[in-house]
Design a protein around this ligand. Structure first.
Ligand code: MF3
Ligand code: CO
Length: 253
């Protein structure tokens, strides 16, 4: 598979998307400074919304296909798309993903990090650490004229070696001119498959790593939040990358 012409960004678009990614990273830095035990996920939403607007951006999740808040906050067995809530208090031992997405001058940025609240038990710390390593090992494989499956294979291999599983049904995506663009980015595809990586492509590396089964379900009460089927924890880190002539550039982390 080769990318369509519209998946290859021109220099002007890349400059705009780079700025949006920079704002996105600054918003996550602000979350990192302020997140603490006892805070509700609704407070994280307010931090993200306020900081994004201060920096001249718009939170992309708000109103996106009806999403009600400005950020996704996914705690413990929530895999992704957790909705910030006044009733969800971060407590000692929680692991939480904060997924920030920004629109800046019409361009999109997207990245997420895990935060460990208070004293997190060793097995959950290990999950968070290995999930980060999976993302980093994926990023190392982002080079022109290789395949997205080469990246996925590196992610999946490291997860499996550590006894974890990678979520199959939800993946990453192209990003920049829209929030979610083609291609769909799998983290379980075999090496040598999926789309060729070509300079100018921008997409996310955001594998969801589960401690137990890869199976997930959707909370049909809110229509958004994804949980692990077995109730075990899940961890995710997300970086937005640009394929360059000789490797890749990180646009948001
Ligand atoms: N930020 C998520 C991603 O990485 C997408 C969230 S869609 C939303 O793809 F509407 F829930 F924000
Ligand atoms: Co994303």
């Amino acid at each position: 598979m080769v990318p369509d012409h519209d998946m290859i960004k021109n220099p002007e678009q890349i400059a705009g998307i780079r700025e949006s990614g920079r704002i996105n990273t600054l918003v996550l830095d602000y979350v990192a400074e302020h997140i603490r035990e006892g805070m509700t996920t609704a407070e994280i939403d307010r931090l993200v919304d306020t900081r994004t607007r201060e920096l001249g951006g718009i939170p992309a999740p708000l109103g996106y296909e009806g999403f009600p808040k400005s950020v996704c906050t996914s705690v413990n067995s929530q895999v992704c798309h957790g909705i910030p809530d006044e009733g969800v208090v971060l407590k000692d031992g929680d692991i939480v993903n904060v997924d920030v997405s920004t629109i800046y001058n019409g361009y999109y940025g997207d990245s997420s990090r895990m935060f460990c609240i208070g004293n997190v038990k060793e097995e959950n710390l290990r999950l968070v650490r290995v999930a980060k390593e999976c993302m980093e090992m994926g990023i190392e494989q982002v080079k022109p004229w290789r395949f997205l499956g080469d990246m996925a294979d590196a992610v999946n291999r490291h997860a499996k070696e550590n006894g974890y599983s990678v979520v199959i049904d939800i993946g990453g995506h192209g990003v920049g001119l829209e929030f979610h663009e083609d291609p769909f980015v799998s983290y379980v595809a075999p090496a040598g498959t999926e789309m060729l990586m070509v300079p100018g492509m921008i997409f996310t590396i955001e594998p969801m790593i589960n401690m137990g089964t890869a199976d997930i379900y959707l909370d049909d009460k809110n229509g958004w939040t994804i949980y692990t089927e077995d109730g075990k924890p899940s961890a995710q880190w997300e970086t937005m990358v640009l394929v360059t002539e000789d490797g890749c550039e990180i646009l948001a982390h």
